[in-house]
Write a protein that binds this ligand. Sequence first.
Ligand SMILES: Nc1ncnc2c1ncn2[C@@H]1O[C@H](COP(=O)(O)OP(=O)(O)OP(=O)(O)O)[C@@H](O)[C@H]1O
Ligand SMILES: [Mg+2]
Length: 369
Amino acid sequence: MNLLPKKKRLPVVLLATRSIEAIRSIPLDHFQTREAVSTFGVRSAFHADPVLAVVDLPDLVECEDVSRPVIGAALDSMRSQGVVVVDSGQFLAEPERWVGEALMAGGLRTGIRQLPSRVALVTNYCGGVGKTTLSLVLARQFRKISGLSAAVVEVGVGGSSLEARLGEHTSLYNAITQNQPPEDWEGISLFPSNGWEAETLAADERLPSFLAGIVRGHTLTVLDAFPSNPLWKYALELVTDVIVVATPRPDSVAQTEAILRRLKEDAGTLEPQPRIHLVLNQVKSLGERLALTGQLSAWVGFDERCAERLDGGLAESLLELLYHNWSQQKAKKSGRNGSGPRPKRQALRVVKKGGKKDRGPRREKAKKG
Ligand SMILES: Nc1ncnc2c1ncn2[C@@H]1O[C@H](COP(=O)(O)OP(=O)(O)OP(=O)(O)O)[C@@H](O)[C@H]1O
Ligand SMILES: [Mg+2]
């Protein structure tokens, strides 16, 4: 009987490059490497399912039966399936970023030191659809899993929803006008604001650079935004992703069409164009997912307790929209995922009358590094 502890198989990095610097930048405590100098060697290494491929295609020795274009096409196809494929120049420009993305592709999401920054504007005209809830869980789950910095900025109407939920914190107004540092909730920088303060801030020339500073200082910035807020247009200029939150309620579906039209107008001239995702929240049954069918990017099940507790698990499908590889490996392995439209055999987490949940998608334990 073999009593030796089973060694964990590390994810594979394919190195088909002559750059010693690139080769030495791979952290061997997280990855095993396969080196290849020829097209044949690269093809053989594909069988090891690499999560990261650093390939300088023109430098490969071309073997008779495996041409460079064939390898190029295979790499494109791997890229479309979530493998991180770069050449050594790209890799060395931002090694921590690519390593971080590859760790996510390998299902490992802790110990990531760098990811591309994202600015997500969570919005709809419709009240009570879950804009604030999803903004907070998004930042919380991102921070918890990646350890990277996150901020939530409120661009709402009326009183502050953030403060109603989390208690008083230094406001965006005080941060800008009195230089007060932001306060922290679960490691996240919070910038609550109310509609009246926003009126004044919109006329304050320090506002645009302050918002840009928040974005620069955090890997993920989430803007909980209502379109009539006077800061809306400044916020929109910064965003990489717009998340339109709707619910299956008929009024919400109608309002959603309106916000999509508004976004087309307001964001149409921005360069680069933000990506627009439509998310259906508070989905109670499979039938309800048919609302906005064809346009949906993701959905989130109805789960009162998780929403009240601001459970980061609610944000998994949203993080997948922002970061391509966020849960891909997890879903592939388990055939299940937290929530979202992709897996076929997914059940919903529906709270039954007695308070018990049905057997919805089991949340897979986070992989330990
Ligand atoms: N997925 C969910 N399942 C169950 N309840 C949810 C879910 N998402 C949000 N909720 C609940 O819906 C209510 C409204 O959510 P929230 O305040 O986030 O909406 P909002 O769009 O920000 O509203 P407002 O327009 O008033 O700012 C809250 O009680 C929240 O707990
Ligand atoms: Mg709100």
